[in-house]
Design a protein around this ligand. Structure first.
Ligand code: HEC
Length: 205
């Protein structure tokens, strides 16, 4: 298995679903929705979504941390140390407005980006923290290498069969395969009461 394939299996088995990872990239491009400017590039299979330009400038919805700390599978014991991710969820203007107003379902045109990075401890930060807070044992973690970016785009007509959401996953700008995209909507079912979105708007500090 490639490192990426192992990573996918680890991630998904870590949250309860094992998926078959195919190396075949099937890209079925379909027409884009109006109202979002998109960069050139390959469209993700099934939903035909490309990476929207400027998504790094979208606003913060929330953050999460993902680690395989609770795995009791011996096969994962060694590898699980490698699975630590920092995750940011960003929204375009339509999505952010809906989050702030607590509006459900999300209106058409809402788009959510989930940016995933491998997490690494920062010796540089820790050296400073131990001076400022001696004995506190503080450890700082920062995003290191990029893992992938995922998107959800609301279009209640076009994506009626999947709760009104289109899903897309990209690694290094390249869309994941069709098998991967078949897993998205099913796994978001538990969040049905929140329009299939797990992330909640983080409180303003
Ligand atoms: C194993 C179940 C599972 C699968 C499969 C899955 N997701 Fe998710 N997704 C989650 C969970 C749980 C969260 C919230 C926690 C997190 O970020 O890990 C989430 C969060 C997201 C978010 C942020 C918005 C939200 O709902 O919180 C996006 C965007 C997203 N997923 C897209 C995708 C795409 C695209 C795919 C398919 C390529 C996919 N997901 C497949 C479980 C899953």
């Amino acid at each position: 298995m490639t490192p990426r394939a192992i990573g996918q299996v680890l991630f998904f088995s870590g949250v309860g679903v094992a998926i078959a990872v195919s190396i075949l990239y099937a890209t079925k491009s379909t027409a884009q929705n109006a109202g979002e400017s998109r960069s050139e590039g390959n469209a993700a299979p099934i939903y035909g979504i490309t990476i929207p330009s400027g998504y790094r400038e979208w606003q913060l919805i929330s953050l999460s941390h993902l680690a395989a700390d609770k795995s009791d599978d011996p096969a994962l014991v060694e590898a699980r140390m490698a699975l630590k991710q920092l995750r940011a969820q960003l929204g375009n203007d339509i999505a952010i407005k809906a989050f702030r107003e607590g509006k459900l379902p999300f209106p058409d045109g809402a788009m959510i980006a989930a940016l995933h990075w491998n997490e690494a401890s920062s010796d540089e930060n820790d050296k400073v923290l131990v001076i400022g807070f001696p004995g506190a044992g503080l450890q700082s973690s920062v995003p290191k290498s990029a893992v992938n970016v995922q998107f959800m785009l609301k279009d209640s007509k076009k994506y009626a069969a999947s709760g009104g959401w289109g899903f897309a996953d990209f690694t290094n700008g390249k869309p994941g395969n069709e098998a991967l995209h078949k897993t998205c909507f099913g796994c978001h079912q538990p969040a049905k009461d929140h329009d299939y979105v797990f992330t909640r708007y983080a409180p303003t500090p």
